[in-house]
Design a protein around this ligand. Structure first.
Ligand code: FAD
Length: 500
């Protein structure tokens, strides 16, 4: 390494690099950190406001975190919902720190209080939702959640769900403490702060094209799209936070975990409504149950979003086909070029094991606008075709690991080099919402000495008060009870009533 080489290189300018970069720099202000983003702008792929649902995933409304029990009447397992809540609370801790310390100083540009609702139709779904509500409200995290099967109450909560509906058994839960987050705007504020720090630089329009081991760390080659120049750079530690571009880079790094690793892209689409008369009548994120056969992909939802200073409604996501791994800088050849002799079997085996899911994805991709509108009308019976248009959402690139023997898991996973000099993030969901917890995991695995140092421990404690707490234990609940209102104040989340 030469003295001009940075200590840390972050590949990709999305929400993950933004969190890891900001946390590392606050942990050790001497670190030289460089960020390389291929696109001309930061955070325009999955982290961009339009490309994800912006749900602050905290287990408040997502029914896939509390699957129905295999045997009717058996207790509902809420473990996953509790885990996501505690991890999201760490994001809120870091975000309030970032606001207070000027790292992301304008919270109203990237976070808002929005009620989170779960919606059930038909006797068996309603019975499940009632049981889920009872199981969740037994825990302090979810105590404020309300349940109703009364049409009149539901009409007050979300009129679009009720109007024009035939006499049908419906129910919902609602909790005011939900959030709508513009992860793209948050990433750009954090990265602007990072780029202004001593020894730190953030490059856009610079694609990392090669990644290989060097004597002490890693050597990368970057390509500047404006000048056409290529340049080698070296660092002791590299994070691949390249979203859809991660797997090809991991394959280039030739880590043991990359052997047999295959990638499969699933693009998303939303129905969007910008008609102010409709938008003004819906204020919440309403999640339904995942469709049969969709695996753990998650259910459709009708959401209010605040994007580019405007309030809109989104419904979806709908899965569709692509062979590109990235919207802006990807190519149709991404998928074929990722297939190699060592991962072809992984790809085929996953397809065979998940035949039902593959069939579901094919059906989704082939559906017409009318079919999509029919899905919307299950939530909003009086939806008019003229008010809705279809737009592209982000691309999830699913990592298929040889060791999983064809089983699919849709969570996020940190993988690291055995010597801790490289980390990468695989998977999409719950993703952005738990980015502070993911950055913490990378720091714990790759920079443990920084957390052991007394000043490092104190600095991390300031950023994440529960960083050294087992999130499943009462201490995490006590921290939530003690700090939640203060965090709401800093993030300006006190009221979730719609702006007048
Ligand atoms: C349809 C959909 C809905 C979602 N909804 C939610 C939600 O409601 N809540 C939630 O928390 N999460 C949600 N997610 C997941 C969330 O969007 C992701 O977890 C998160 O944005 C990933 O951030 P990232 O920084 O890892 O990747 P990205 O935001 O994709 O950033 C990666 C960056 O790396 C760059 N890059 C790629 N290759 C290279 C290279 N070789 N060199 C340099 N740069 C490169 C890309 O241009 C990109 O800017 C959703 C995802 C999808 C697809």
């Amino acid at each position: 390494m030469s003295s001009s080489d940075p200590d840390v290189i972050l590949i990709g300018g999305g929400i993950m690099s933004a969190h890891l970069g900001a946390m590392l720099k606050r942990l050790d202000p001497r670190l030289a950190i460089e960020v390389y983003e291929a696109a001309p702008e930061l955070a325009r792929e999955s982290s961009d406001g339009w490309n994800n649902a912006g749900t602050g995933h905290a287990g408040l409304c997502e029914l896939n975190y509390t699957p129905p029990p295999a045997v009717a009447g058996a207790p509902i397992d809420v473990t996953k919902a509790l885990e996501i809540f505690a991890r999201f609370e760490q994001s809120r801790q870091f975000w309030s720190y970032a606001v207070a310390r000027g790292l992301a100083p304008h919270p109203t540009e990237w976070i808002r209080a929005v009620p989170h609702l779960s919606f059930a139709r038909g006797e068996s779904q309603v019975a499940f939702l009632r049981a889920r509500h009872a199981a969740l409200t037994a825990h302090p995290f979810f105590r404020a959640m309300e349940f109703t099967a009364e049409h009149d109450v539901l009409r007050r909560w979300a009129p679009l769900l009720v109007e024009g509906r035939a006499a049908e058994s419906i129910a919902a839960t609602k909790i005011e403490a939900g959030t709508d987050v513009n992860f793209g705007a948050l990433s750009r504020q954090l990265l602007a702060w990072l780029g202004a720090q001593e020894h730190c630089r953030v490059f856009t329009g610079h694609r990392v094209t090669q990644l290989r081991r060097a004597a002490e760390g890693w050597e990368l080659v970057t390509h500047d799209s404006a000048s056409g120049e290529t340049r080698p750079v070296r660092a002791r530690f590299v994070f691949i936070g390249a979203g859809g571009g991660t797997i090809p880079l991991l394959q280039a790094a030739d880590l043991p975990v990359a052997r047999g690793l295959a990638a499969f892209p699933i693009a998303g689409q939303w129905l969007v409504c910008e008609n102010p008369a409709v938008v003004a009548r819906h204020f919440g994120k309403v999640y339904g149950p995942p469709p049969p056969d969709s695996g753990a992909l998650g259910g459709p939802h009708l959401d209010v979003r605040h994007l580019h200073g405007k309030r809109v409604l989104l419904f979806g996501p709908f899965a569709t086909w692509t062979t590109k791994f990235l919207h802006h800088t990807g190519r149709p050849t991404d998928l074929p070029r990722s297939i190699r002799a060592d991962n072809l079997l992984t790809l085929l085996r996953t397809g065979v094991h998940n035949f039902v899911l593959v069939r579901f994805l094919v059906r989704e991709a082939l559906q017409s606008m009318d079919t999509r509108l029919r899905a919307l009308r299950q939530f909003y019976p009086e939806a008019r075709a003229a008010d809705w248009r279809l737009v592209d959402a982000g691309i999830r690139v699913q990592a298929l690991k040889k060791a999983d023997a064809g089983r699919l898991s849709f969570g996020t996973e940190v993988v690291t080099a055995p010597d801790g000099t490289l980390a990468a993030l695989l998977g999409a969901s719950p993703g952005a919402s738990v980015s502070a917890n993911i950055a913490l995991e990378i720091i714990q695995r790759c920079f443990p000495e920084k957390l052991r140092a007394p000043d490092g421990h104190a600095r991390m404690k300031e950023m994440l008060t529960t960083f050294d707490t087992d999130l499943g234990q009462p201490a995490a609940v006590a921290d939530y009870a003690r700090r939640s209102a203060e965090i709401d104040d800093v993030l300006q989340l006190r009221s979730s009533s719609p702006p007048g």
